[in-house]
Design a protein. Structure first.
Length: 305
């Protein structure tokens, strides 16, 4: 199997769409790579593959090599800066028109997922993050079955479950936790996304929907709580336009002053709008969400290594 030389495989699950699963996968990947790990992202969300857009590599073409597909580079390793390489494979690359939704019957989806798991030439790599479709569908079951059958002992590190303060109140996320129990996939932890709002105008982070729901739920299910991620419009701008995050004077999140974040970047001019994929990780260093993910990533690395 092409997964043979991957050290840790992590699934990213969510009970429903739109809670930010793909954004979380993207940031986990950037964060792991910024802490020196080599990372691959496999996007098996067949109905709405969004990873090519997240990494700004939508125009990339997947090349076929003897024995399988070559993943698309997001950035290469930079050992001097302690950055590991980041690559991605998504069904989005194989669709003719981006934005095409795939309407396939179960068996074809299952076959595609199997092929994705077996035919991508990842080579040696520290982490493979698998971005799954929302819910617990046939695809999840076939993914879990294939991984549990093919993975070496300990290679399938487990699942990160993404929820929002509102979704915590629904049964969806509990279904994900139950799915993990039934399939015997370890739960690495729960991330509560869109918890609070980083205001672009007034240097405040406001808890719009209240806080703590994800934490309580994680406690109820006896699984680790990995952290809360606020809504940060600067993150959306970074993904959509490539603009380096900027914050008003006095924006302090988790004790860190983000109005100074620009100085941490590579010194490019303020307000620039570029679409250079190679700089995504570098620009992300100036995003208010980066230190939160740095901590989450450290916890994940400690839990699985
Ligand atoms: P899913 O993969 O669960 O469908 P996405 O990751 O595509 O969700 O997120 C849905 C939308 O919400 C996207 O436009 C994304 O940019 C935005 N989003 C998600 N999380 C955040 C966040 N913490 N701050 C700002 N925008 C976010």
């Amino acid at each position: 199997m092409s997964l043979a030389r991957i050290k840790h495989i992590v699934l990213v699950l969510s009970g429903k769409g739109g809670v930010g699963k793909s954004s979380i996968t993207t940031q986990l990947a950037l964060s792991l790579s910024l802490s020196g790990h080599s990372v691959g992202v496999l996007d098996v969300d067949l109905t709405g593959p969004s990873m090519p857009r997240m990494f700004n590599i939508e125009d990339a073409k997947v090349t076929q090599a003897p024995g399988g597909w070559l993943p698309v580079p997001v950035h290469v390793a930079n050992p001097e800066k302690g950055v590991g390489e980041l690559r991605c494979m998504s069904l989005g690359f194989l669709l003719r028109g981006r934005g095409d939704a795939v309407v396939w019957r179960g068996p074809k989806k299952t076959a595609m997922i199997r092929q994705f798991l077996s035919d991508v030439l990842w080579g040696e790599m520290d982490y493979l993050l698998i971005d799954t479709p929302p819910g617990t569908s046939d695809e999840h079951i076939s993914l879990a079955e294939t991984l549990l059958k093919e993975a070496k002992p300990g290679q399938l590190a487990g699942a990160v479950i993404v929820t929002t303060p509102q979704a915590v109140a629904t049964a969806d996320v509990k279904k994900e936790l139950n799915f993990c129990v039934k399939t015997r996939i370890p739960v690495i932890g729960v991330i509560e996304n869109m918890a609070g709002f980083v205001c672009p105008n007034c240097a405040e982070c406001t808890d719009i929907f209240g806080k703590g729901g994800g934490q309580v739920m994680a406690k109820d299910f006896d699984v680790p709580f990995l952290g809360r991620i606020p809504i940060d419009p600067q993150f959306v701008m970074l993904i959509e336009t490539g603009r380096r995050p900027e914050y008003p004077q006095g924006t302090v999140i988790n004790g860190e002053d983000f109005s100074k974040a620009l100085q941490k970047g590579s010194g490019s001019s303020t307000g620039e709008v570029t679409k250079e994929a190679s700089l995504l990780a570098e620009k992300y260093r100036g995003c208010s969400l980066e230190p939160i993910f740095r901590e989450i990533t450290q916890d994940i690395v400690t839990a699985v290594e």
